[in-house]
Design a protein around this ligand. Structure first.
Ligand code: ZN
Length: 292
């Protein structure tokens, strides 16, 4: 079994109420990235944030953060399209990634493609009502075909994020059409807490993905648990040949104290070693994913 690829999901839109170590500024993200690399990560995924933790939609901040990460370590970089949630056009949503890819200093290695659309309203379990009722994550087939083409032209590896089985089926059709190269890098999304748009973070939720992955398609799969801990499923994922994408962005990991991202990565690296897999360096991850 190949070594474990650990993607550090350092911040998403997490606040510091449960863990004060969530990195927000580009300096903090870069410092965390270097520490995660030491701890065994090979990829870093981040969202730009303002000084007060609010989402930052400034493309320049994304570029600056990637440049800082490149300055301090060799982690592969997986940015988000969240920089442009305000833009409805497919071109606008991807523009900052393509611009960064043209400059060696700011070049990312991956670009995400969420392979379908879903309602994404948070649910408040105490009040037993939705916090919002109109939030949709929209990715039309036309938009995704545009992303696939442009990401490929830019020489980046698409991270095909799947929130449920219909997304998985769409990803497999894109592979069949030659729009996703071998091996497909699939991000299987489990969700816990307030967001119910992904599969439940249970063995059954994960198995629904695994049981529906065609054996004939070369797939490298990783697992996220948005809003929850991935520790409970780590043994199963790692023993089944999967990879993990974890960090304080998804969950404060207070079951480990009040850890920094690097301590969370270390924990998963230890589990990988226990299963005899070891952790992939960025260069090894690049090779496993046959990246340009
Ligand atoms: Zn993200």
């Amino acid at each position: 079994m190949e070594k474990l690829i650990i993607e550090a999901r350092v911040n998403e839109y997490a606040m510091r109420r449960h863990n004060r170590h969530v990195p927000w500024t580009s300096e903090e993200i870069a410092r965390d990235a270097a520490a995660c690399r030491e701890a065994g990560a090979s990829i870093v995924h981040f969202h730009a944030r303002e000084e007060n933790g609010a989402p930052c939609h400034d493309a320049a901040r994304y570029a600056e953060t990637i440049a800082r990460v490149h300055d301090v370590c060799d982690l592969l970089v997986h940015p988000t399209l969240g920089a442009n949630t305000l833009s409805a056009s497919k071109e606008g949503r991807l523009a900052h990634v393509l611009a960064m890819a043209r400059d060696k200093r700011t070049r990312p290695d991956f670009a995400p493609m969420d392979m379908g659309s879903t309602n994404i309203d948070a649910f408040d379990p105490v009040a037993r009502r939705f916090v919002t009722t109109d939030q949709m994550y929209l990715n039309s087939t036309d938009t995704l075909m545009y992303f696939a083409k442009e990401i490929s032209v830019a020489g980046l590896k698409p991270a095909a994020v799947v929130w449920n089985l219909t997304y998985l089926r769409q990803a497999m059709l894109f592979h069949e059409m030659g729009l996703l190269d071998d091996p497909v890098y699939l991000g299987l999304t489990l969700t816990e807490g307030k967001i119910h748009a992904g599969h439940p973070a249970t063995e059954a939720g994960l198995d629904a993905f695994l049981n529906n992955m065609p054996k004939t398609v070369p797939i490298i799969w990783t697992v996220y648990n948005y809003g929850g801990s991935l520790l409970t499923l780590a043994d199963k994922i790692i023993a089944s040949g999967g990879h993990v994408a974890v960090g304080l962005g998804d969950h404060p990991y207070t079951e480990l104290g009040e850890p920094e991202n690097a301590a969370v990565i270390s924990k998963f690296a230890d589990i990988a070693r226990k299963h005899g897999r070891g952790v992939a360096s960025p260069a090894e991850a690049r090779k496993i994913l046959r990246m340009p």
